[in-house]
Write a protein that binds this ligand. Structure first.
Ligand SMILES: Cc1cc2nc3c(=O)[nH]c(=O)nc-3n(C[C@H](O)[C@H](O)[C@H](O)COP(=O)(O)OP(=O)(O)OC[C@H]3O[C@@H](n4cnc5c(N)ncnc54)[C@H](O)[C@@H]3O)c2cc1C
Ligand code: FES
Length: 309
């Protein structure tokens, strides 16, 4: 770690993958810290975040989506929404960036040994979830956990991130993978009949009553509805979920209907941040600093902090 706590280490962009196109594209950036002596300090834990700087423009906060390693390799998936993310999306392989971190708390993966694991990602929210499912599915760890269910949805098939990785995941026989694509919309809301090709519509009025053809694991619906279709059992289980706040709200409602309690559900918060280290007061909710005490919280903790959530 450098003496100036705000001074980033430099890293080189090794690879850039376009995950999703459209108006708010997502790119995954694989970066490697240049100075070998600084790589050990960046050994992160699943759930932690980092701050990436585009030199001359500014910094942005991102979940670290890659598996922890001592090679100084850090992957983040960034949606282009504004100044810094716009400039990051113009980078080429070989360009330099700054990195600060890893910051924040992490998912208690050791406490979860012996549990069934359910991962639920909506849109770009799959990024922090990825760091945990990669951990659980790693050959060194898979035996420590029970059944694994992975539920993930995006707007269209083209918007699904980590496509190559998901092909490998789908070929595995030690997990259940469920995918969904948003409804198409008409003037009065979602249109049940207009499902995407190869992605049949669920029973919109009563998702839990959807008949599932053998081998069918992809549907047209929203992620919370897919949760009702899949019906993950709360028994001896933990959920890790992340997505836009509205998706989290309905995902947790769907889980509660299935008998899950708030302390079995873990999520990460993405409050606006600046320093990332509990100094600036930008991210706090009451006396909780999301950058320092979080970003990982149980849903029970979130409800106590933000009663309207
Ligand atoms: C812990 C944490 C983890 C995050 N992980 C990811 C990630 O993995 N991938 C990813 O794409 N983004 C992630 N974000 C959000 C990301 O930090 C912001 O999108 C980014 O900082 C915007 O920077 P900008 O300069 O491009 O946009 P700006 O020019 O600052 O703003 C442009 C738009 O983005 C919105 N915006 C800015 N910051 C945030 C924020 N923190 N949350 C929501 N909207 C914001 C603004 O309201 C505005 O509409 C994370 C944020 C936090 C706090
Ligand atoms: S981002 Fe500065 S205190 Fe949390």
């Amino acid at each position: 770690m450098t003496d100036n706590i705000y001074k980033p280490v430099t890293a080189t962009v090794l690879d850039i993958q376009l995950e999703a196109g459209g108006g708010r594209p997502i790119r995954t950036f694989k970066m490697q810290i240049d100075d070998e002596s600084e790589r050990e300090d960046f050994l992160h834990k699943p759930g932690q975040f980092c701050i990436v700087s585009h030199f001359g423009t500014g910094e942005s906060v991102f979940a670290i989506s890659s598996f922890p390693n001592t090679d100084g390799i850090v992957e983040v998936s960034a949606m282009r929404v504004g100044n810094v993310t716009g400039k990051l999306h113009e980078l080429d392989v070989g360009d330099k960036v700054g990195l600060r971190g890893p910051y924040g708390n992490d998912f208690p993966v050791d406490d979860w040994k012996g549990k069934n694991m359910v991962f639920i990602g909506a849109g770009i929210g799959i990024s922090p979830v990825r760091s945990v499912y990669q951990w659980v599915l790693h050959p060194d760890h898979r035996k420590d956990y029970g059944d694994v269910t992975l539920i993930y949805g995006a707007r269209t098939p083209a918007d699904l991130a980590y496509k190559e990785e998901f092909k490998e995941i789908e070929a595995r026989d030690d997990l259940d993978l469920w995918l969904c694509i948003d409804w198409k919309f008409g003037p009065d809301g979602p249109i049940e009949a207009a499902s995407h090709e190869d992605w049949p519509a669920i029973n919109m009025k009563s998702p839990g009553d959807t008949e599932i053809p053998a081998g069918q694991n992809r549907f047209t619906c929203f992620v919370p509805q897919l949760v009702e279709v899949v019906k993950p059992s709360p028994e001896n289980s933990i959920v890790v979920t992340c997505g836009p706040p509205i998706a989290i709200k309905f995902i947790t409602q769907a889980l509660e209907k299935l008998g899950w309690s708030s302390d079995q559900i873990y999520t990460t918060l993405e409050n606006r941040m600046k320093c990332g280290i509990g100094k600036c007061g930008r991210c706090n909710i009451g006396d909780i600093y999301v950058c320092k005490h979080g970003p990982v919280f149980t849903y029970q903790e979130v409800k106590e902090m933000v009663p309207e959530f």
